[in-house]
Design a protein around this ligand. Structure first.
Ligand SMILES: [Zn+2]
Length: 115
């Protein structure tokens, strides 16, 4: 699930990350009414919103990581929700998906020099 391709380049990676973190938070926090996709209605909505924001990102694949981006493209409410997801899932990423996490963390550095 983690390695599923969400598209090429940086946007695809960010999408895969946000997708994974939302899923991790939703199942880990045992949200109610999770559907066959493993997400509760609220997280499903948040996931769609986050993926759509990435699709609409004005920086495209040259984007900085969302965390350090200066453009605040999230509306306040989903921004708070996604923050809560990151706060919860962030520290759990190394345990939940060690290889993925390593690639994500160290991939950033090699990417920066490579382009
Ligand atoms: Zn949920």
């Amino acid at each position: 699930m983690v390695s599923r391709r969400m598209g090429p380049g940086r946007i695809g990676r960010e999408k895969a990350t946000v997708d994974f973190m939302i899923r991790l938070a939703c199942s880990g926090r045992k949200h109610q009414d999770r559907g066959p996709d493993g997400l509760c209605p609220e997280c499903r909505e948040l996931r769609l919103y986050a993926l759509a924001r990435l699709d609409a990102c004005r920086y495209g694949n040259a984007k900085p990581s969302c965390r350090s981006c200066r453009t605040h493209c999230y509306l306040p409410v989903p921004r708070e929700r996604i923050r809560a997801v990151m706060r919860w899932s962030g520290p759990r990423m190394p345990l939940a998906a060690p290889l993925y996490w390593l690639r994500h963390t160290f991939g950033k550095r090699s990417q920066a020099g490579g382009r």
